[in-house]
Design a protein around this ligand. Structure first.
Ligand SMILES: [Zn+2]
Length: 73
């Protein structure tokens, strides 16, 4: 599943957390629409890449809404 990440700065941690979203519409560099929200998007999205639906990486997780969409495909 192609996904793009939102960087979430975790208070008290030195590493950012990544939350993966399914991109909606075209993939762009400036503002990335995401499948789980009509209003929200990623202002500085990470480059989209293939992400396993059963992602098991410390500090990374799927957005719950986008994970449901990803599993339905
Ligand atoms: Zn999402």
């Amino acid at each position: 599943m192609i996904a793009t990440a939102e960087r979430v700065l975790a208070p008290g941690f030195w590493t950012d957390l990544l939350t993966w979203h399914v991109p909606a519409g075209g993939v762009v560099e400036a503002f990335q629409a995401i499948a789980c929200s009509d209003q929200e998007g990623l202002v500085v999205p990470a480059a989209p890449r293939g992400v396993a639906v059963n992602l098991d990486v410390p500090g990374q997780s799927w957005c719950p809404g986008c994970l449901m969409l990803a599993q339905a495909k």
